[in-house]
Design a protein around this ligand. Structure first.
Ligand code: BG6
Ligand code: MG
Length: 223
């Protein structure tokens, strides 16, 4: 693990880290799974975290060996339906949907001169940031449509450091998904996993909730 004193920037995931949208993504996919008759379970919900829209649909269908039952056009329709389900939930969002401790943590990072970037797989992240009133913190973010590979590939977190003009070793990546932690580790950054430490066993640092995300806790974990 890097030294805390070497850290100059933080690369954040959005869904499930900054805001509670991972529940909305799950609900929206659950509706599609019901529609096509694929059984839903918590393990599938966890496996979808951090995964791009189309890759998520393919995982859902493969969960019931249904991946070859749909044409590309049908899959595109299902993915669009999921996004419509999701956007209905996002429409209700306000700054109250920011997860505990995140707003003070972001303010503290800024006050201490750390650089921030956003490494979200979601094409909806600009809209979500707007609902949360957090756009000013994330002027640097990666357009997921510009990526060759989605999480767990390291590309997105590597780019998250690049856009800050930092080396990966100078960055901490923050994730709630196993695929995201794998991406951070592959990029050579220090990984913080938020949530179930068993699911996120590969993370350098584990916090059960976002409320534990403070510079003091991170410094202690890296000592
Ligand atoms: C990730 C979410 O942030 O974005 C995934 O964790 C989601 O659940 C992915 O599938 C893509 O999001 P969107 O909004 O482009 O469908
Ligand atoms: Mg996430």
């Amino acid at each position: 693990m890097a030294k805390f004193s070497d850290i100059k920037g933080f690369v954040f995931d959005l869904d499930g880290v900054i805001t509670d949208t991972s529940i909305f993504h799950s609900q929206a996919w659950h509706q599609v799974a019901d529609q096509v008759g694929v059984k839903w379970d918590d393990h599938l919900a966890d496996a979808l975290k951090g995964i791009s829209r189309m890759d998520s649909l393919n995982l859902i269908l493969a969960h019931d060996h249904r991946e070859n039952d749909f044409t590309l056009a049908e899959k595109t329709t299902l993915a669009t339906q999921k996004n419509e389900n999701y956007l209905k939930l996002v429409a209700q969002m306000t700054p109250a949907n920011i997860l505990p401790g995140i707003k003070p943590f972001l303010a503290d990072l800024k006050a201490h001169g750390y650089l921030l970037s956003l490494a979200s797989a979601s094409k909806n992240s600009p809209l979500v940031l707007k609902h949360l009133g957090l756009e000013a913190y994330f002027t640097k973010s990666i357009d997921p449509t510009s990526l060759t590979h989605g999480k767990p590939d390291p590309e997105i977190f590597r780019r998250g450091a690049e856009i800050l003009n930092l080396d990966p070793q100078q960055c901490i990546g923050v994730e709630d998904a196993a695929a995201g932690v794998q991406s951070i580790n592959g990029a050579g950054e220090t990984s913080i996993g938020i949530g179930d430490a068993t699911v996120l066993a590969a993370a350098d640092i584990n916090f059960a909730t976002t409320a534990q995300l403070t510079l003091a806790n991170i410094k202690a974990a890296m000592a």
